[in-house]
Design a binder for this molecule. Structure first.
Ligand SMILES: Cc1cc2nc3c(=O)[nH]c(=O)nc-3n(C[C@H](O)[C@H](O)[C@H](O)COP(=O)(O)OP(=O)(O)OC[C@H]3O[C@@H](n4cnc5c(N)ncnc54)[C@H](O)[C@@H]3O)c2cc1C
Length: 41
């Protein structure tokens, strides 16, 4: 059984991981505690 992919944090690392997964056809959910994406940038 495939486990769902959850990425905690929409900073540089989280967004890059999500992008790589999506490019391979793997869906994921990104959880971010702050209001915006990309941490401080
Ligand atoms: C003041 C400062 C200036 C910098 N300037 C530069 C620069 O000019 N150039 C450069 O290349 N690098 C710079 N850096 C370094 C850069 O910020 C980091 O290398 C990069 O952001 C690390 O990415 P990350 O995804 O690992 O972490 P982060 O970018 O910190 O992302 C982590 C994310 O996870 C979220 N998060 C944390 N805990 C939880 C939780 N429990 N639930 C949900 N979400 C959570 C946070 O809100 C955040 O959005 C700077 C860093 C600082 C502190």
């Amino acid at each position: 059984m495939k486990e769902p992919v959850v990425i905690v944090g929409a900073g540089l690392s989280g967004l890059r991981a999500a992008s790589l997964l999506q490019s391979k056809g793997i869906s994921c959910r990104v959880l971010e505690r702050a209001a915006g994406l990309g941490a401080g940038f």
